[in-house]
Design a protein around this ligand. Structure first.
Ligand code: BMA
Length: 339
């Protein structure tokens, strides 16, 4: 497929060439995990975290599982996207009236720049798991906005630009527990407060059994000449628990509820010690992707076994070619027919 990324040049994004002998659509950073156990005082594990280019380097919002077991959001900066300086204090939010606002817990953040503002979307407590939303322009003050949706909901991912003048958010309605179901939906908003025109994007299941239990949006969609490239996670249930793998799809550029291509086969599945072993074994959970508009290179950041952060690389031609060659389509009801 002839395809290119429509986006900024990020020449300093982390990158390694595909190792000799690899045939996989994604290849792992040779020094994974890039964040190991006990990364800062009071934090036992960092995983499922998001990064974005910021001022010639990168900013990150991290899921830090504290030593009391509760997750909160932490801020970090990096020049090369690999070695991170993480603030040991949790991110402090204020509400729109300037009053302090701290969620009871916070996890699985996404970090997305829309115009000149960076938005954090995460799973927050709203009488149960729901999506939280906050914004910053300087990574010094963080303003918490209204929760976009009712509980229960997780895996909220904002598109990096408005479509037809509207902000667009992917999400996955869920339950208050470990959610043995789940499809990806998209909603739109004129102002980031009022959300509606909800549409089903794609359902769990299909020919790929790795995504038979549930799916959820991962990284902010990447704009390409063929549509929005979405890295997502899919889970399957085994006799000893869920297994999370990574897939990808390409959504229509103007109407992202329309799926153009979607993987039947996973892009990455737990294989290494840091993906197979940890607090929750067998989890790869993408939350961010950096891409270079000039070269088409992509670095995907993913949580490993609810314990570490890893990076995997690909480029736009490779991943789009794989999605197309290993694809299936989704109809409006979420039933899947092979192309
Ligand atoms: C999901 C979320 C993720 C986690 C995954 C695997 O429900 O809690 O944060 O990575 O389960 O444990």
């Amino acid at each position: 497929m002839k395809i290119r990324i429509i986006g900024d040049s990020i020449p300093h994004l982390p990158w390694e060439e595909r190792p000799e002998g690899s045939r996989a659509p994604l290849w792992r950073h040779s020094d994974n995990p890039i964040i190991g156990r006990n990364p800062v005082a009071g934090v036992a594990r960092i995983f499922n975290s998001a990064v974005a280019p910021y001022r010639g380097g990168f900013a990150g919002v991290f899921r830090g599982e504290t030593v009391n077991g509760r997750p909160y959001l932490y801020l970090g900066f990096s020049g090369d996207g690999l070695s991170w300086d993480i603030d040991p204090e949790v991110i402090r939010f204020t509400d729109e009236g300037g009053e302090p606002f701290q969620p009871a817990y916070s996890y699985d953040p996404r970090l997305v720049r829309v115009e000149d503002t960076y938005y954090i979307i995460w799973c927050t407590d709203f009488k149960g798991a729901a999506l939280g939303l906050a914004k910053t322009v300087d990574f010094k003050t963080f303003t918490r906005l209204e929760n976009p949706f009712l509980p229960f909901n997780r895996n909220g991912v904002l598109f990096p630009r408005r479509i037809g003048g509207k902000y667009m958010m992917l999400s996955r309605p869920s339950d208050g527990g470990h959610t043995p179901f789940g499809d990806i939906f998209v909603s739109e908003s004129p102002d980031l407060t009022y959300w509606g025109r909800h549409r089903h994007v794609m359902g769990k299941g299909g020919g790929g059994w790795w995504q038979s239990l549930k799916i959820g949006a991962g990284a902010a969609p990447i704009e390409t000449s063929e549509g929005w490239l979405l890295f997502y996670h899919g889970a399957t249930q085994t006799c000893s628990g869920y297994v999370y793998s990574m897939g990808a799809a390409i959504l229509d550029i103007d109407e992202p509820s329309r799926v153009r291509y979607r993987c039947r086969d996973f892009l990455l599945t737990p294989e290494t010690w840091y993906e197979e072993r940890g607090f929750v074994p067998n989890v790869v959970f993408p939350c961010a992707a950096l891409c270079d508009g000039d070269t088409g290179r992509i670095a995907v950041y993913y949580g490993c076994a609810d314990t570490y952060v890893g990076i995997a690389y690909t480029d736009i031609e490779t991943v789009a070619g794989y999605i197309q060659a290993h694809s299936e389509t989704v109809d409006g009801d979420g039933d899947i027919g092979r192309i």
